[in-house]
Design a protein around this ligand. Structure first.
Ligand code: 2M8
Length: 447
């Protein structure tokens, strides 16, 4: 495996390179998710990016989250993309056509869906870093945390109000893009039930021309379905109730639900510290408890792995992916289930596989049929996902485990390319290079 990766930067050199990536990807207004492939602001990318930025410049970190929340919809939704005027990405704002939406923001153009709610986690991290970095940063970050708190609360409330249909308690997504794990095999069954209509306007993909090999990206068949769902939403005028009622894709996402549970905990802690309304604090405690129970309730009786649920058919989705470990992020599963998951994570089916370059969990188990080590969310390792687990493990008091994931994450990224994702056996960077969120989590690990 050494062949493809001759370079290993020292930690200080790696940190300097990561800082440069964030600076280079800064348009002056936003830090784009990646230089060519993703020339806009993405919701959960911006959260991770702010964490990395806080190590360099607290003001700039705050500005990034302020920019994202300036695009928050009036109903509370934080949109998955805030568009710049770059037109190198498809689908852009015209294809989304969210200008018809009643609830859309007035001054910026955005997509019409959301992404995982990791923003409270980012605000907490920025605040903690700022408090250690000096009195001015501390004051600014505290002001910022107070100011953004009600917006975070509104965002969480939107997820509860609009996205917990039925009785599963899982947070529902209406598009695979909302999960952040676009073409994960988690969504194969529900996507089979999405039938692009003849009315799907023609389109030309741009992403496949910007990566080394188009096979690292989703297929055209998958894109037809991605675009068809947008078409359905556009026709529904981006009215949430209509979409949740009628869209051909509605899935309870267990990974988002776990992140939501822990983000509610964090937001509750912040709100308590800053003296927010008791009723709102009580809401957060209630939402966290319900989300946690939904995650625990999704676990398979034999494997212990958490499962998504197709809310159109009521069927559990048994595909085993990294999302199966969701209970480890938020806690709340019975002890025996948790132990099962931890030993599975350490086993050769996952992070303990002896052939991995870096001992961190891939997006799909290398032992699973259909595992593809080069294709996007179907096998490669993703540094941001590793960061989330290491952050959660540290919070849960599992210092050794947190440290191991951090060290593995550095091993994965020490070639200094800041790949979007990595081939797990060779460590070859795939997708985009100089990906902002990869640089950001590496910076956080190194400081
Ligand atoms: C990827 O998703 C976008 C669509 O949102 C794409 O493939 O065009 C995903 O990895 C997603 O999680 C990420 O936020 C985004 C930008 O990094 O890229």
């Amino acid at each position: 495996s050494g062949g493809r990766r001759p370079v290993r930067f020292t930690e200080p050199a790696l940190a300097a390179r990561a800082a440069r990536v964030l600076r280079d990807n800064d348009t002056g207004a936003v830090i784009t998710a990646a230089p060519r492939l993703y020339p806009h602001m993405w919701s959960w990318d911006a959260a991770f990016i702010s964490i990395g930025l806080a190590r360099l410049d607290v003001q700039r970190a705050i500005a990034e989250l302020d920019t994202l929340f300036a695009a928050q919809w009036r109903n509370g939704m934080v949109p998955h993309i805030v568009f710049t005027d770059d037109d190198a990405y498809f689908p852009g704002p015209d294809r989304w056509g969210t200008d018809v939406a009643q609830d859309g923001p007035r001054d910026v153009r955005t997509s019409g869906i959301c992404q995982p709610p990791v923003h409270a986690i980012a605000v907490r991290r920025v605040l903690d870093i700022a408090r250690r970095s000096g009195p001015h940063d501390r004051i600014d970050a505290e002001r910022f945390a107070r100011r953004i708190w009600p917006k975070l609360y509104a965002w969480h409330r939107w997820l509860v109000e609009y996205r917990t249909p039925g009785s599963s308690g899982l947070i529902a997504i209406v598009h695979g893009w909302e999960s952040g794990m676009d073409n994960s095999p988690r969504w194969d069954v529900p996507y089979d039930a999405v039938h692009p209509g003849a009315a799907l306007p023609p389109y030309v993909r741009k992403d496949v021309r910007l990566v080394g090999d188009p096979a690292e990206r989703p297929t055209d068949r998958e894109y037809d379905r991605y675009l068809w769902l947008i078409e359905e939403m556009r026709r529904a005028g981006y009215d949430q109730r209509t979409i949740v009622e009628n869209s051909s894709f509605l899935v309870g996402d267990v990974f988002i639900t776990a992140l939501f549970a822990v983000s509610c905990d964090v937001l509750l802690e912040l709100g308590t510290e800053f003296g927010q309304e008791p009723e709102q604090l009580a809401d957060l405690a209630d939402w966290a408890a319900k989300a946690r129970a939904a995650v625990a309730g999704s676990c398979h009786s034999v494997s212990g792995m958490a499962r998504d649920r197709d809310l159109r058919t009521g069927r559990w989705l048994d595909t085993q992916t990294i999302a199966g470990f969701s209970p480890l992020l938020c806690g709340g599963a019975p002890d025996d289930v948790q132990l099962k998951l931890l030993s599975l994570l350490d086993s050769d089916r996952w992070a303990g596989n002896p052939d991995l370059l870096a001992p961190v969990p891939p997006s799909v188990s290398p032992m699973r049929p259909g595992f593809n080590p080069r294709q996007y969310w179907r096998g490669p390792q993703w540094p941001v996902v590793v960061w989330l687990f290491s952050w959660a493990f540290e919070r849960r008091g599992w210092q050794d485990r947190a440290r191991k994931l951090r060290d593995g994450g550095i091993r994965l990224t020490e070639d200094g390319s800041f790949g979007e994702y990595y081939e797990p056996f060779t460590g070859e960077p795939l997708g985009s290079t100089d990906q902002s969120w990869t640089a950001a989590v590496v910076l956080d690990w190194l400081c």
